[in-house]
Design a protein around this ligand. Sequence first.
Ligand code: GDD
Ligand code: MG
Length: 357
Amino acid sequence: TFFPVILSGGSGTRLWPISRSYSPKQLETLFGDASLLVHTARRLRAHPGAGPVNILCSSRYGQRIVDQLEADGLNWSTLIEEPMGRDTAAAAGIAASWARATHGDEAVVVLLPADHYVDDLNAFHDALTKAVEAAAHGRIALIGITPDGPNTGYGYIRREQDKLDGLTCYPIRAFVEKPDLTKARAYVESGDYLWNSGIYAMRADVFLEELVRYEPKIAQGVAAAFDGRTVTDRSGRQILRFSADQFSAIPKTSIDYAVAERTHKGAVARGHFPWSDIGNWQSLRELTADPETGNSLKGQVVLHNSRECLVYGHNKPIAVVGLEKVTVVDTEDALLVCADDSVQSVKDVHTILAEEA
Ligand code: GDD
Ligand code: MG
């Protein structure tokens, strides 16, 4: 069995106004009948090797996450609350430290982003099983996805041609986090690269050794914060908290830059399932659109002579007439109107509003 940890500390500012600092996108229902986080936990529950999920998130919404899981009948084991986000290298270090403390050095930790779209559960489980197996053999294993365009928001994995001896994963020859567009194009054209799905499987001891090797300051900061943890028991489940002083001293960088780009222990399992990280409104529209019109609609919406629009209403009718490639999202306290070629800039709204406040 492995030790699943759902990483849920991101803020998802490009999905404003549904995604807010008080309620980031992973807690929102963007499709189907549940939040992205609940979908993530459901996918794990159905895997035979998965222990109960552990959650790593900001202390601002730990309780809401637990409420969502419990309302869906999902079992959880530990809620790890960060006083502030120190990015995923620190988060992974804390997760591995807790796995080691509770399940021993060789516990296989699986880190899963909370905010992904995944279709085809069997193919997802198949890739996860392969990655966990490579992790048990001392590898830092990723699930890699066949790219369909030069997206610069992802990590790119170059794999070796031949699988690792006796395993179903490939050694990683090179990992490049968020390359510029020229490089991303070249990588996709070469056919030699996969996208990093952001799902990591690794033994606790192996990851912590690599963290010491490549980011000793982060490793030290994590160790200090972890030693100063407080553990609250709540009917057999644990809640972990840290001192804000100690936690804020941990240098901030992602696991991708800190370890994946540098380790010689990387391995990749190919994931043959439809996948997206729902980075902006356009990617959500593409996942949910009506194939005929390209429109994705929610709520009471009147669409007239309009194509390729995403329109999410809230509590009043919304009419969109004669527009193409436009996003309109209404919520209780905010309204977004955005052109398709500007969906990446929605994250700036957050900053501008914060400055004005
Ligand atoms: N607990 C915690 N604390 N979680 C965090 C923190 C933090 O400080 N920062 C981010 N996360 C969570 C996010 O909520 C998300 O679920 C996951 O960690 C990944 O963080 P992102 O900030 O969304 O990373 P990214 O999308 O820019 O890049 C990563 O994911 C891509 C695939 O979606 C990288 O791993 C890329 O290489 C990868 O291609
Ligand atoms: Mg992401």
